[in-house]
Design a protein around this ligand. Structure first.
Ligand code: NDP
Length: 330
């Protein structure tokens, strides 16, 4: 048996966590020989719900689940944590300005960054899911100067999965034939799903799907707006598929990336090879050796179509960063 791994999930009483926690406890994420301690971080307001979730986890008798604990103080819950999956955040209320949401959620992530810095394992890997996830991840890493900025991720894997699904449907192939899909930029409607470098059965997508208008307009928009359409139809935001994509994101970091392929993650831009502004969190193509770390893929082609759109999503992230300057110490 491996030694116990300590995993924190924030927003543990929420919808995404209700799927995610049971996947973590079952062993499908970290493997069948990896005992796990789950630490559930919630808020005072939903403390009872948190107790309920812990009861359900215990009653499931997962053999790998060795400890379940709950708390509302990040300085307690993050102690020695090796993974922090930061799902908890306030949803955008009716009529709420984006700047107000950035501020409310930014406060949460500033506090959690400080707590991680103080008590978590020095090699903790942090995945920020709560929106606006790129800027929340930036705030978090800025408040945790003793943890490498490289250890922080903003979840854009759901967008990648959505893009793969649309390409597979259009080409009439099973979705495991679609590879090399990058989501560039912000987890928002300015994100850039990259069909230029993507492949189907190892062949460039543009050679398989020759309808360029569909790729440039319909595909791009469909992926960008998929989250919003789902909320309209279902009355709530995606929970199960988000949990699946968090699992995919973790597994991509702890298993070697298949030869020639890559995965998308929102990561810190310092030293990036694409000319993207430094000091923001931007989704880019990554590869991993399976050790929890990643490197950026260098040989992707950024053509004029992509470049123009990358500028737009980059500008949005720079504007978001300006709104939260009071939380990043700048
Ligand atoms: P829910 O509202 O169902 O759950 C959020 C939970 O977080 C609530 O239980 C809430 O408790 C709790 N919470 C609020 N503040 C804190 C805090 N400071 N510390 C710990 N917990 C806290 O939301 P979902 O699970 O549906 O979504 C969670 C987040 O994920 C949202 O921000 C959403 O926008 C984002 N998301 C991101 C996606 C991505 O691809 N990156 C995709 C889909 C969603 P309380 O009762 O106190 O409010």
């Amino acid at each position: 048996w491996k030694s116990l791994i300590r995993v924190v999930v924030s927003g543990a009483a929420g919808m995404i966590s209700n799927h995610l926690l049971f996947k973590l406890a079952s062993g499908e994420v970290f493997g069948p020989d990896q005992p796990i301690a789950l630490r559930l971080l919630g808020s005072e307001r939903s403390y009872q719900a948190l107790e309920g979730v812990a009861m359900e986890l215990e009653d499931s008798l997962y053999p790998l689940l060795r400890e379940v604990s709950i708390g509302v103080n990040p300085y307690d819950v993050f102690e020695d944590a090796e993974w922090a999956l930061l799902v908890g955040a306030k949803p955008r209320g009716p009529g709420m300005e984006r700047a107000a949401l950035l501020d409310i959620n930014g406060q949460i992530f500033a506090e959690q960054g400080k707590a991680l810095n103080a008590v978590a394992s020095r090699s903790v890997k942090v995945m920020v899911v709560g929106n606006p996830c790129n800027t929340n991840a930036l705030i978090c890493l800025k408040n945790a100067p003793n943890i490498p900025a490289k250890n922080f991720h903003a979840l854009t894997r759901l967008d990648e999965n959505r893009a793969k699904c649309q390409l597979a449907l259009k080409a009439g192939v099973f979705y495991d034939k679609v590879s090399n899909v990058t989501i560039w930029g912000n987890h928002s409607t300015t994100q850039v799903p990259d069909f230029v470098n993507a492949k189907i059965n190892g062949v460039p997508v543009k050679k398989v799907i020759t309808d360029t208008k569909w790729l440039e307009q319909e595909f791009t928009e469909r992926v960008q707006k998929r989250g919003g359409v789902l909320i309209q139809k279902w009355g709530r935001s995606s929970a199960a598929s988000t949990a699946v994509s968090i699992v995919d994101g973790i597994r991509s970091l702890i298993t070697p990336t298949p030869e020639g392929d890559w995965f998308s993650s929102g990561v810190y831009t310092n030293g990036n090879p694409y000319g993207i502004a430094e000091d923001i969190v931007f989704s880019m193509p990554c590869r991993s050796k399976g050790d929890g770390d990643y490197e950026l893929v260098k040989d992707v082609v950024i053509d004029d179509f992509l470049r123009e759109r990358l500028k737009k999503t980059e500008a949005e992230l720079i504007a978001e960063k300006r709104c939260v300057a009071h939380l990043t110490g700048e």
